[in-house]
Design a protein around this ligand. Structure first.
Ligand SMILES: C[S@@+](CC[C@H](N)C(=O)[O-])C[C@H]1O[C@@H](n2cnc3c(N)ncnc32)[C@H](O)[C@@H]1O
Length: 349
């Protein structure tokens, strides 16, 4: 990590502490080469912003104070201009992360990632290490190619962390600790989050195959509590332990408290619409309107956000992990330092 990235990260933590606009989740396109039954993004179709359209939008967001963007989709690596997007974000001084299904990497592409200066972390979503379960959860049997690409990514020793994403649900929760061992064996981190429940725009499902029984919920909650304990003990889990503790409540259907969407976090959709988060309707088009003009409208969504988290909340990392990390920065930083030191010592032995 370069000194300029470290300084920017310090500013990010400061902004989070003050609940200031900091994070933009960018849905770079809706199209995907997988078809996860739990996800609605790939079903939506529609266009995507061109690099020329992105430039003024991200410049505007940056001057408004936003500093970090999560590039998601759809599958971001379906975009031929994905490396140009990274270059644009670097030029504008953004830090960014990206989530991918890991199916589309080539050796050349992996080498190009090396020049993405602001890339903080690359998440590879896998969801199962078993071929038939992977196909059931991701709609295609791409597990072999993903695992092969993951080894290529790790062999390249890239200057940013690669992590695994596991969306825990009643079909795959028994694999959680095998995933942790898999990540540990490769010296990488694991991110685990519960499948979002209820109806919604993008990252929600209403598929009955995900409707967990009371016993399954109890078992998933136990696993999340154990993940919280392991995170505190320095195991390579990406999220703050408080996120896993609260995830246990979430899968049991208990209240999860306020959500900071629309304050330090907003969502930019593939069609230029800006919203408080993925599950809320856009309030305007950033191609034609500035974020400053729309900010009051976004702030005015607080009743909708409240109705959402008091009704059927999501439990997505963008809102709940960021909010919890912001409220517990010092504990988060101490825990994360313990994880990194353990990883470093392990690599040396
Ligand atoms: C929508 S994908 C887009 C990026 C990329 N295609 C990928 O597979 O990571 C981003 C993340 O959202 C997760 N996701 C999709 N639907 C979800 C749901 N209903 N609940 C929780 N996470 C979900 C995916 O598993 C993935 O980790």
């Amino acid at each position: 990590m370069t000194p300029s990235v470290v300084i920017k990260l310090m500013r990010v933590f400061l902004r989070m502490r003050c609940n200031k606009p900091t994070f933009v989740s960018f849905n770079s396109l809706n199209a995907c080469n997988e078809a996860c039954p739990m996800c609605s993004v790939w079903r939506r179709g529609g266009g995507m912003l061109s690099i020329e359209e992105m430039e003024p939008i991200f410049r505007d967001l940056r001057s408004f104070g936003f500093m970090v963007t999560e590039i998601s989709g759809g599958e971001p690596f379906l975009r031929e201009d994905i490396y140009e997007i990274f270059a644009l974000l670097d030029q504008l001084g953004f830090l960014y992360t990206t989530a991918t299904n890991g199916t589309l990497f080539t050796t050349d592409g992996i080498e190009r990632l090396r020049s993405a200066k602001g890339l903080l972390q690359l998440a590879v979503s896998i969801d199962s290490l078993d071929h038939s379960t992977y196909e059931r959860l991701r709609g295609r049997d791409f597990l072999a190619v993903v695992l092969q690409n993951l080894e290529l990514l790790l062999a390249a020793k890239l200057p940013f962390p690669v992590k695994l994403n596991l969306v825990m649900n009643r079909i795959n929760y028994r694999e959680t600790f095998a995933f942790l061992e898999f990540a540990k064996a490769r010296g990488i981190n694991l991110s685990v989050f519960p499948i979002n429940q209820g109806e919604g725009f993008f990252h929600r499902h209403s598929d009955p195959q995900f409707r967990a029984t009371e016993e399954e919920r109890q078992e998933m909650a136990e696993i999340f509590r154990e993940l919280a304990r392991l995170r505190r003990a320095g195991e390579p889990l990406w999220e703050y332990s408080g996120f896993y503790d609260l995830a246990a409540d979430y899968v049991l259907g208990k209240p999860v408290g306020p959500c900071n969407a629309g304050k330090m976090y907003i969502d930019l959709n593939a069609d230029g619409q800006v919203a408080v988060c993925l599950d809320h309707e856009g309030v305007g088009d950033l191609r034609t309107t500035s974020i400053g003009q729309l900010w009051q409208t976004l702030e005015g969504q607080s009743d909708n956000i409240k109705a959402c988290y008091q009704g059927t909340p999501c439990f997505y990392t963008c809102t709940y992990n960021i909010s919890l990390t912001a409220r517990n920065e010092w504990a988060f930083l101490c825990e994360t330092a313990r994880v990194r030191i353990r990883q470093f010592l392990k690599r040396r032995t």
